[in-house]
Design a protein around this ligand. Sequence first.
Ligand code: KIV
Ligand code: NA
Length: 269
Amino acid sequence: STVVRTTVPQLMACKGQRKIASLTSYSAPFARILDEVLDMILIGDSTAMVGYAMPDTLSFTIEQVAAHTAAVVRSTQRACIVADMPFGSYQESPRQAFANAARLLASGAAAVKMEGGIALADTTRFLVERGVPVLAHVGLMPQYVNTMGGFKAQGMSEESAERILQDALAHEKAGAFAVVLEGVAESLGRRITESLAIPVIGIGASPACDGQILVTEDILGLSGGRIPKFARQFADVGAVIREAVTQYAEGVREGTFPTLDNCFGVKKS
Ligand code: KIV
Ligand code: NA
């Protein structure tokens, strides 16, 4: 039977019915496996940090997101693929945002994600009205690290919580199909999830959210030791890789790999 890819409307229909399970991926080998299980895969600009060892996400480019998006799309067939709009690719104007979003849809993404509050809602509307589904990202927005003065949980005061709720409502009104809510007080995560008719996908938000997204490396023991409070290490894939590489290196150094079985033109006796 033909496999049909999860659509944006199908993700929206999950609200109140079942939780949306999603993770990030930027490479074919991971995407191939994630695709068997998840509803949605995000090509996050966190790739700048986990894949390129950059200190933050700010220097990641639309070309890089497009290239990784194409790799993930080619290696998947079931999950809905969403691509992050990197810093500087959408903040200038709705027109700039549309031109860059179009590049990500041309690379095979079904939707784009943008970080921003009420001020960005017009951009969300501009894109949605022109055929680009938008996943809005509010709360802790890593691309705003310099205005925030670091990566810290948001919405801890009543005033700040109210502002983030208004950010989420503005994007819903502008036509966003869902909201990623990152790094906020748990009570606010619950409140926003109850206040919106579209799915709220949490990361460091609340168990009450309509779904969850995390950076894949963080749950697999591949992010260099430190596991964020909002994540959980579900496996130590790093240990599996280390063991395999160690055995390979021993084989090479001791002469047990390769054998003649691994060679060409060897007559079988
Ligand atoms: O870039 C990213 O990985 C993200 C999520 C984890 C939401 O934006
Ligand atoms: Na991101």
